[in-house]
Design a protein around this ligand. Sequence first.
Ligand code: FES
Ligand SMILES: [Fe+2]
Length: 454
Amino acid sequence: MDDKLNVRSLIDAEKGVVKPAIYTDQAIYELELERVFARSWLFLTHECLIPKAGDFFTTFMGEDPVIVVRQKDGSVAAFLNQCRHRGMKLCHAEEGNTRALTCPYHGWSYGLDGELKSVPLEEEAYRNALDKSKWGMRKVPRLAVYKGLIFGNWDESAPGLEDYLGDMAWYLDGFLDRREGGTEVVGGIHKWVIECNWKFAAEQFCSDQYHAPYTHGSAVQVLQPVATNKPDGAPLGEGQTDKPAWANGLGGVQFSGNGHGSAFFFTEKPDANVWVDGEVSTYFRETYAETEKRVGRVRALRLAGHNTMFPTLSWLNGTQTLRIWHPRGPNQIEVWAFCIADKAAPDSVKEALKKSHARAFGPAGFLEQDDSENWVEVQKVLRGHMAKQTEFCMQMGLGFEERRDDGIPGITNNTFAETAARGFYKRWADMMTAESWDEIDAMAGIELKEAANA
Ligand code: FES
Ligand SMILES: [Fe+2]
């Protein structure tokens, strides 16, 4: 397929027009695995999940299974989780501790460093002629850690992780750097399948606050007042409101940069997006001063927002969900949701966070179900011949992009906008059509200059 021609004919991110074949077409999907997932920085795991030598965690980069292993010297390495003999998945456990990785098919065995250490019947079967040094596990060449999160990239020529993040690091810090000691994962990882294209989920968390008042209308009616009324009975402070975040008159911001996005509301309340749990609300209020000192007022209060680091890592402040949308063909994703807590939080708060996270954004969470039902229903509509050819509108706030002078970085807009969605799809189309990272960077430069001059 002539990918350049087709991709550019399916999407005009600058004008905000999308043809839905990008959500259903198998050839587009295959190209995504090659050009997006094999060239982007992808979240692998949290450092706290592999603290000791020999600890491992298995995950995916796109559809490629990978294993992340803590080495004897304390460093981290990641490998394709595939045996070099006949391609069997090497490690089938989700996590654990081991001294070697032995293939369940014929028993080839690899060290923690990925080297092939032994093969059964080496003398009889291979006549001692196998050069084991050539058949180690395939290593992920680029790894980087950002405040506890471990990322990998298959592309040796990709920019460094911090350049890739750009202004998104400012938003990520507002989630990961709220207290001394950083964060950890609390409880297990919820994993489930949703019948939708990965871009619906990633785009919504990147950009779409517009759905919140309507899609989550029932949850807002029933639950939001509990959080905003201050569970300990304290009166509302000056400038505080018991209205939902989008109705409090304080507005909000949407950010776009390098394909990443964030959309959030301004609040005056450290616990504005906590929803239900009294203990968690109290915790956010009691630790507010430390957080404000570390990340400043806007980010300390910025609990009412969601975010996507391109392509598939999303998080929500307050309910503390960090999730990755693993693609499974054009019509399915596997969601992996982690509950993130400040390491310094008391155990009782971590326990309460785990519950409030599951209630809101576990597989049966009241907000999770609202969101995923929309994606599943859109994907079902796209089985139709006419539906597949009917363009979507992505023009909210088009032309009203701005740069702010209050320290909030990047290209921004009102929180109710599709600026970050357009940025997300621009990066997607750039990656799908560019031969190299130099080309991708050159295309990103054009967008930023134009937006700044707008
Ligand atoms: S496929 Fe792994 S040992 Fe044969
Ligand atoms: Fe939502």
